[in-house]
Design a protein around this ligand. Sequence first.
Ligand SMILES: Nc1nc2c(ncn2[C@@H]2O[C@H](COP(=O)(O)OP(=O)(O)OP(=O)(O)O)[C@@H](O)[C@H]2O)c(=O)[nH]1
Ligand SMILES: [Mg+2]
Length: 570
Amino acid sequence: MRVVATAGHVDHGKSSLVQALTGTNPDRFEEERRRGLTIDLGFAHTTLTNGEGVSFIDVPGHVRFLRNMPAGVGGVDACMFVVAATEGWKPQSEEHLRILELVGLRHGLVALTKADLVDDEWRELQEMDVRDHLAGTFLADAPIVAVSATTGAGMHDIRSALATLVATTPAALDRRRPRLWIDRVFAAKGSGTVVTGTLTGGSVAADDLLHAGDHGVRIRSVQSHGARHESIGPGNRVALNLVGVDHAELHRGDAVVSAAQWRPTNRFDASLTVLSSLDHVVSRRGAFAAYIGSGEFPVRLRVLGSQSLAPGSAGLVRLHLGTALPLMPGDRFVLRESGRDETVGGGEVLDVAPVRPASKAQPDRSVDRVIDERSWLTVDDLEALTGERRTPTVGTWVVSPDVFAATQATLRERIAAADGLGLDLAALNERERVTVGTLEGVAVEAGRARPVAARDPLADHPFLDALLAGGVAPPDPVGVDKAQLRELVRRRLIVECDGLYFHPMAIDAAAHAAAQLLRTNPEGFTMSQLREAMGNTRKHAVPLATELDARGITRRRADLRIAGPKLPNP
Ligand SMILES: Nc1nc2c(ncn2[C@@H]2O[C@H](COP(=O)(O)OP(=O)(O)OP(=O)(O)O)[C@@H](O)[C@H]2O)c(=O)[nH]1
Ligand SMILES: [Mg+2]
């Protein structure tokens, strides 16, 4: 299924052509039919001879309803650009073409309508004139098909041109991040709120929990052109029946997205190309509206790096929105000046959550820039901000390479400077802790990191194993060589307290027991309480308590031990 928008001057036969192609009159409202004038977007669909479905979004051509036009062309794949052979190129032919370019459309065909009302010579003249106006635009090489909705002449040609267009227009991307810009909201009898729009970015399915505007909703059912679907992919016209929101609470321009995947933003940096037809510069002065997705949003504008942008030039801007929108880099927008009611230009969203102040911002589409400006961010946040999912640098983090190298270097220094016990991981923050695991030549054992190179042959001494097994009640060093014993202590592989020897893990265990006791006895604990908690005797409990005091883990006050400055969390 492809979505094709019409475009072109008022009365040039857009709606008539859509009706001739689909059998559906896209002018939905009584007033439109009575006046023979499209006011709001219209919708119709057909199946081409090659079996491919095409949805049309029919836009109004009258300049007074121009603001409804950008809402119709956001998110579509291709356009059917209409010029009446009778009148030829007109002002909204020009303005619509500019807007199609600004929203980034790259594919389309041209229908030279009302061919029945002109002779061949005139038609050929108009065709050449249209070709001249298209030069240098994305429609420069598009087919121009003469057609009459009234007599049916050329209808076969336009159908086959559509089939070619559809076949050569790339399918909508599936990034597994669905977004539906709402273009219609209504209350369906008996089934609550229904919204319609062109689905992009990913699939949606019944029972999905999403956000519509800022309301949490559940999809009750999914339809496309009257047929029910369990789920539906990007590039389709979709109607969603929503539970959890009243139809009066939603409007055209609201988006339906998964809240976990998007970070709606009030402020974004973008490129801006100013139309060369403008007769004044663009600066922060003026009342602007940005057309984004299917909506029109008042914006404040600040030109980055200079005061103003001249007609025909391109630059960078920061836009401030009144409401937060789920945007991503690459989204296109059209900028209009509300006061003068003129199209100023348009551009591409570059940064949906700028970090730097406007005076220093240099936005571009680079994902690496986003990472550098934030140093550390989770893969989920990165995807929400840029649409790109990266392999994490470490843990769930994507880290700027410089910052990561610096973090590693600092940790290496701290580990090298730590005593023989190694660097206590409990003293590190989460980012540092995951980074320790990436350091070559560093071993993490029992919650401590130390250089592998520091592992000396004595580390395999059997007495160490015996001490470890003994815990807080270790065996005496019977039969252990006195010199080796001194060396084990000197290298801090074992700890001597009051003539007894302990494995470093036993000190940790004693510290842990003390921390536990102080949680229930904040005023302090006695030696016998400690002994009971550790399950050993005075022989070992007393020297361990002395060692805890010496390390500042506990402090002695009369017969009690109270918390010291280095007490670990229990
Ligand atoms: N003779 C003839 N008349 C046509 C043809 N196409 C459209 N018309 C007439 O032209 C008038 C305008 O047609 P629409 O289809 O409403 O034009 P439109 O471009 O949709 O107009 P807006 O939506 O208001 O911009 C109507 O009276 C149509 O009957 C055609 O191929 N031949
Ligand atoms: Mg119309």
